[in-house]
Design a protein around this ligand. Structure first.
Ligand code: ZN
Ligand code: ZN
Length: 326
């Protein structure tokens, strides 16, 4: 198989011919048809996350077709269209797994981080953590596997307030905005102050207001979700929510949060993070996405140009989501 491999953080990925792995017990092998590029991949490639298996094949927004199954696989069959998300495996035994919070498992595996992912022509996944999908557009749906799914979890954690602020209008926010609008909520989109293209993009999708993150929204928000990996946005978002409002940090990595006056948290404002996903989030989200007719806006790159896709994401040059096509 062909794969884009990261040998160590800080160096470009390399295109390599590798032996195509065979699925072992409980696993399936997929011929990858599309793999989204997530900001988490950038954190792995740039060394901002320290536990990566190295060398690693990044990528955890995989859509493909099963081409081989290992012993003991019951529910999935060769030829089925499936999605492989970030959560690759959990222990099933720790207090978190046993209490419906497998997203916080003590001994998890993550696709494209601690096990090989989808920047490749083939990928291996545990049957239990693979979503069977109906027919659809592989490129347009690949970003749903993380930007959509973790976006969905972050929206749920933000509560059901009407005025929703989204800080960082990229892959996740442009999907979450569509869900929030479908739920008849108002979306306020915050971007880098000079990024007028992203502000126009948010308007086109139906945001009632968009502007720079240094601007105050015209009304106080009920909740805000921060997708940009910028700690300085935390006090800014807290100052934009009403009493009792909630701020959710949705990314896996963020620069340090500057100190801020207690007044910003006072009056029962809440601040929390969202980590990973549960399989149940996926089941809920894919049903909702189908009902709401969610469509990701994508920029497709050939697999061999993964480094260009990552550079474009790092520089904020992508509208919507980047997707690699083997
Ligand atoms: Zn566990
Ligand atoms: Zn992701």
């Amino acid at each position: 198989m062909l794969a884009m491999v990261l040998d160590r953080p800080g160096v470009p990925l390399e295109l390599r011919e590798l032996p195509t792995p065979s699925p072992t017990a409980g696993e399936v092998r997929v011929t990858v048809s599309a793999c989204g590029v997530c900001r988490t991949d950038l954190h792995v490639v740039d060394g901002e996350l320290s536990n990566a298996k190295l060398p690693i094949i990044p990528g955890h927004e995989i859509i493909g077709y099963i081409d081989a199954i290992g012993p003991g696989v019951h529910d999935l069959k060769v030829g089925m269209r499936v999605g492989i998300p970030w959560l690759a495996k959990t222990c099933g035994e720790c207090p978190f797994c046993r209490s419906g919070r497998e997203n916080l498992c003590d001994a998890p595996l993550f696709t494209g981080y601690t096990r090989d992912g989808g920047y490749a022509t083939h990928a291996i996944a545990d049957e239990r953590f693979t979503f069977a999908l109906p027919e659809g557009d592989d490129i347009a749906q690949a970003p749903l596997l993380c930007a959509g799914l973790i976006g969905w979890r972050s929206l749920r954690m933000a509560g059901d307030g009407r005025r929703v602020g989204l800080y960082g209008f990229g892959a996740a926010a442009h999907i979450v905005a569509q869900i929030a609008l479908w739920q008849k909520r108002e979306v306020y989109a915050f971007t880098r102050s000079s990024d007028h293209a992203a502000q126009a993009f948010a308007h086109r999708l139906g945001a009632c207001w968009s502007g720079g993150s240094d601007q105050s929204p015209p009304e106080l928000l009920d909740c805000a979700i921060i997708y940009a990996p910028v700690g300085a946005l935390v006090p800014i978002a807290l100052s934009a929510v009403r009493k009792g409002g909630r701020v959710v940090c949705a990314g896996i990595h963020m620069s340090d949060i500057p100190s801020f006056p207690y007044d910003l948290l006072w009056e029962e404002r809440e601040l929390r993070s969202v980590a990973n996903l549960t399989r149940n989030d996926g089941i809920e989200f894919f049903a909702t996405a189908a009902e709401a007719g969610i469509v990701a806006e994508t920029v497709a790159y050939p697999l061999s140009r993964a480094n260009d896709a990552l550079s474009d994401l790092r520089a904020g040059r992508i509208q919507g989501a980047a997707v690699l096509v083997p």
